[in-house]
Write a protein that binds this ligand. Structure first.
Ligand SMILES: *Cc1c(COP(=O)(O)O)cnc(C)c1O
Length: 380
């Protein structure tokens, strides 16, 4: 089954005597057991729930993974993965990683005796950078908000030669565009709040892996930390994921049209998108992903005012997040990456003037006309 069929037809209607086309939402916190010593599959909602299990099974098929686990948010999924670490371990992350992930490593690792290092360019990683403490390499490709691309296969080869696991946060690409496990990545995490849910109405996270030992531990952590996804929220994902491919196709089509428009406009200095940084990154991205996703970032030319530009937009709401059907714009330096020290932001290139656009499914001519009007009004 191809992925666009799978998201629609792949869900199992567990135990569904009425032949409803969608699985029921099981809300029960507890389940009646047959007799002492003879317990059935479900006992208590934290440990397992039929609605969540149906989605996890579907998502594992969509990802092409042996296992998938659903969490209450993307950060809960990342937290579960970081719980595989122990005191003395070290994690390498790309330097423009999701702001919340940075907040985690910079605000929580220290108390646990775990260290971390932000890496400028994983494509330049060498064996010498991997000391004996390094246990995880955590990658977002393309990265956020500068859309830098990392060669997954290359990093995986280096990491595995030293027994290091590679984790990819694949939120921006989704399994529709990029299957990280195929390149040897050990664990994939998602904020399903974004494209998987797709409608800006639910927080959710996912962890997928082929590794039996990792899976067993993640399942234990899911049950023990208690940040699993609720039945109602799981249902929002079951509904949202059905249109993943349709939404992504439309959003990426809009994104290409918007890039063409912005790149030819004198009011725009730079347009960042997956592969825009260099020919090498473009080649790597097209090797490992199907298309460029629907997030771009831009810098306006001198003589154009960002505040007026954002104010002048009608269809791009000023809001953090991405991956919903609606177009959004935000200012990463102050809205998504504000937990980065100013010096680190400057070093990476997250300038105050950088604006990130998350392109939605609206009509592309409307979106382009909106951008054109706002640029006109932004000229000083
Ligand atoms: C939003 C996001 C997260 C965090 O997900 P939540 O669902 O908000 O907890 C993690 N990684 C990336 C790339 C994100 O965009």
């Amino acid at each position: 089954m191809k992925i666009d069929t799978l998201v629609v037809k792949g869900i199992e209607s567990h135990d569904n005597p009425h032949k409803a086309v969608i699985p029921p939402i099981y809300l029960a916190s507890t389940y009646i057991q047959d007799e002492l010593g003879n317990f059935q599959e479900y006992a208590y909602q934290r440990g397992g729930n039929p609605t969540r299990a149906a989605f996890e099974k579907l998502f594992a098929q969509v990802e092409g993974s042996k296992y998938a686990y659903a969490f209450a948010s993307g950060m809960a999924a990342t937290t579960a993965v970081f719980n595989l670490l122990k005191t003395g371990d070290k994690v390498l992350l790309n330097n423009n990683v999701y702001g919340g992930t940075y907040r985690y490593v910079s605000g929580i690792f220290q108390n646990q005796g775990i260290s971390y290092e932000m890496v400028d360019d994983f494509n330049a990683l060498t064996e010498a950078d991997l000391d004996d403490k390094v246990r995880f390499i955590f990658i977002e490709t393309p990265s956020n908000p500068l859309l830098r691309v990392t060669d997954l296969e290359r990093v995986v080869r280096l990491a595995h030669s030293k027994g290091i696991k590679v984790i990819a946060d694949n939120t921006f690409m989704t399994p529709y565009c990029q299957k990280c496990l195929n390149f040897g990545v050990d664990i994939v995490v998602y904020s399903a709040t974004k494209y998987i849910g797709g409608h800006a109405d639910v927080l959710a996270g996912l962890v997928a892996t082929n590794d039996d030992a990792v899976a067993e531990r993640i399942k234990f952590i899911q049950k023990t930390l208690g940040a699993m996804l609720s039945p109602f929220d799981t249902y929002s994902l079951i509904r949202g994921i059905k249109t993943l491919s349709v939404r992504m196709d439309r959003q990426m089509d809009n994104t290409h049209a918007i890039i063409d428009f912005l790149e030819s406009h004198e009011g725009v200095k730079t347009v960042h998108y997956a592969g825009s940084h260099s020919r090498e990154e473009k080649a790597v991205h097209s090797k490992q992903a199907k298309d460029i996703g629907a997030v771009i970032s831009i810098e306006l030319a001198d003589g154009y005012d960002e505040t007026a530009f954002v104010k002048g937009l009608k269809f791009f709401d000023l809001a953090v997040s991405l991956g919903g059907v609606e177009s959004l714009i935000c200012q990463p330096a102050f809205m998504t990456h504000e937990s980065y020290p100013a010096q680190l932001r400057a070093q990476i290139g997250i300038n105050d003037g950088l604006l990130r656009l998350a392109v939605g499914i609206e009509n592309k001519d409307d979106l382009i006309a909106d951008l054109a009007g706002a640029l006109k009004g932004a000229k000083k």
